[in-house]
Write a protein that binds this ligand. Structure first.
Ligand code: OAD
Length: 265
């Protein structure tokens, strides 16, 4: 990576009045959470259609819950890294300037913001962080630590440990239906409010930062295209080129943990 690329990218960010950030699994890789694609990606060892679809849950809810319980344990052991923290400092410095949209379900952006704001407990509604009127971050693919009723949609923000040993021990809602992880599965629609707010932020932004995503899963992957189409700039951070690289103003090749703090310093 050339030093002048970093200088150019920093200038683009400095000059922006409104910034939208799109993050993917790569931003959490250095926290120890496996990405989905690539050599050691989660989808290499698990078939998405066996685990992350409504059909799979209907067919074998115990198997699906076993996988999510394993991922919850993994996520619970992980801490935000320097990229999450730098993004949180950047957003806290001027809450009305930045909207952070994440495809990640791990909650690490919010944890980082809490840590940077010096708070130990806060609901994920952004309000206690002073981060504008919207949540930080906008979680377009949901949140793995939350349960949602598969029938009535009731949310449980702080569920207990899931016992996936047998189908009989899975968590159920008061309405009698099974609870499920509050994440978006293949073939499901995104929450219209969350993706709507994300697209609106992309539309208003002078710059879109695209960090650690393979940018192949739509509609999230369209966010930088929206900013671009409205005449905004696009700055990408990734280990390797992606479909965004073709139209990005600058692509910084390297790890998010080192490049994001350098970009936003
Ligand atoms: P992917 O696993 O598809 O892509 C991760 C990206 O991060 C790749 O482009 C890597 O090159 C890059 N990367 C890895 N380590 C990095 C590092 N240390 N620093 C910078 N970049 C790094 O993950 P996503 O793009 O997030 O959806 O995947 C999008 C969606 O696909 C996920 O949200 C998930 C999955 O299906 C759902 O579950 C609905």
């Amino acid at each position: 990576m050339h030093a002048d690329h970093l200088t150019r990218a920093r200038r683009i960010v400095e000059d922006a009045r409104r910034v939208v950030v799109l993050t993917g699994a790569g931003v959490s890789a250095e926290s120890g959470i496996p990405t989905f694609r690539g050599e050691a990606g989660l989808w290499k060892s698990h078939r998405p259609e066996e685990l992350a679809t409504p059909q799979a849950f209907r067919r074998d809810p115990r198997l699906v819950w076993e996988w999510y319980a394993w991922r919850r344990t993994l996520v619970a052991r992980c801490e935000p890294n320097q990229a999450h923290r730098a993004l949180a400092r950047f957003a806290l410095a001027d809450a009305s300037r930045t909207t952070l949209v994440t495809q990640n379900v791990d909650g690490l952006h919010h944890q980082a913001a809490r840590a940077e704001a010096g708070e130990t407990t806060a609901p994920n509604d952004g309000t206690t962080l002073g981060l504008a009127e919207s949540a930080y971050p906008l979680e377009v693919h949901g949140a793995i630590h939350r349960d949602r009723c598969s029938s009535c949609g009731r949310l449980d923000e702080a569920p207990g440990r899931v016992d996936a040993e047998s189908a009989d021990s899975l968590p159920t809602c008061g309405c009698g239906a099974l609870m499920r992880p509050d994440v978006v599965w293949f073939g499901e629609a995104l929450d219209p409010d969350v993706i709507g707010a994300s697209m609106a932020a992309a539309d208003e932004a002078d710059v879109c930062l695209v960090i650690g995503t393979s940018a192949v899963v739509h509609p999230a992957a369209s966010i930088p295209e929206v900013t671009r189409r409205r005449g905004g700039r696009v700055v990408e951070v990734n280990l390797e080129p992606t479909p965004v690289t073709g139209y990005a103003d600058v692509t910084l090749l390297g790890t998010a943990g080192s490049l994001v703090p350098a970009l936003l310093a």
